[in-house]
Design a protein around this ligand. Structure first.
Ligand code: PGA
Length: 267
């Protein structure tokens, strides 16, 4: 279903965006009830052209799903393990995620790369597994402040993309989502300049096009890093920013609804 929606994104002329709410380790039962009540009300009264993905903490995935399964919202997971089942205490199985309605899986997030020491090798394995289950990976890539200072951004992004190409071949990025997230911009209130993001997204797109023309048709490149409602329009007006991956601002329902409303009104 979501893949069909993906294809439609590029068939119609109107710009459509993929907006992902990454709640990280935030939320509780009460917050979810209020959030979904207001969000569902908004969606009932406003025709939506965009795809909205909610990625709550894994413990609340099913609760969220039960409240969104009849709406145009999709469920995302913030993580997945490389094992599907067995003696792996505490891990999250991709098959089980699929079983409870998950469509998108965030991987390669800098918080997992840094705090959980996830390296490119592991991220490649997760990417491969997600695709084999016909789920959609949201692959986060991005540079540190130091790497930006030394003009290494493109090199870093190339490396992160190459790991996937090397393991999965030229067609690896068909029907996938990439989230460009400069690490220094996450949760800091400092966003990259939207014009720079446009150039970086162009770079990513061209790099993938060099490997496989076909991938570009389905490819969605989100930007993430301290996005809130006040920045949404200017970012989404850039031609190669196809959506947003939002952390902090996605937990507050008023702010999040403002963001999706602004996105909905961009033509
Ligand atoms: P932020 O987080 O919007 O709070 O900067 C983005 C992310 O980590 O995906």
């Amino acid at each position: 279903m979501n893949l069909q929606v993906h294809r439609k994104l590029y068939k119609e002329n109107m710009r459509k965006f993929l907006i992902t709410a990454n709640w990280k380790l935030n939320g509780n039962i009460e917050m979810i009830a209020i959030f979904l009540k207001f969000l569902n009300n908004y969606l009932i009264t406003h025709k939506q052209k965009n795809i909205i993905v909610l990625a709550p903490p894994v413990i609340y995935l099913d609760r969220v799903y039960q409240n969104i399964k009849h709406s145009r919202l999709f469920l995302g997971s913030q993580n997945v393990d490389v094992h599907l089942q067995g003696a792996f205490t505490g891990e999250i199985s991709g098959i089980m995620l699929k079983d409870i309605g998950v469509k998108y899986v965030i991987i390669g997030h800098s918080e997992r790369r840094i705090l959980h020491h996830e390296n490119n090798e592991l991220i490649v394995d997760k990417f491969r597994l997600i695709k084999s289950l016909k789920l959609v990976p949201i692959l986060c890539i991005g540079e540190t402040e130091k790497e930006k200072k030394y003009c290494q951004t493109e090199k870093i992004l190339e490396n992160q993309l190459n790991c996937i190409f090397n393991a999965l071949g030229k067609q690896a990025f068909r029907k996938t989502v990439i989230a460009y997230e400069p690490i220094w911009a996450i949760g800091t209130g400092l966003s990259e300049n939207p014009k720079n993001v446009q150039l970086i997204h162009e770079f990513i797109k061209n790099y993938i096009r060099e490997h496989d023309m076909e991938s570009i048709k389905d490819l969605i490149i989100q930007y993430g890093g301290s996005i809130d409602a006040s920045k949404t329009k200017i970012f989404l007006e850039q031609p190669d920013i196809n959506g947003l991956l939002i952390g902090g601002a996605s937990i507050k329902y008023r702010e999040f609804i403002k963001i999706i409303d602004i996105a909905n009104n961009i033509i």
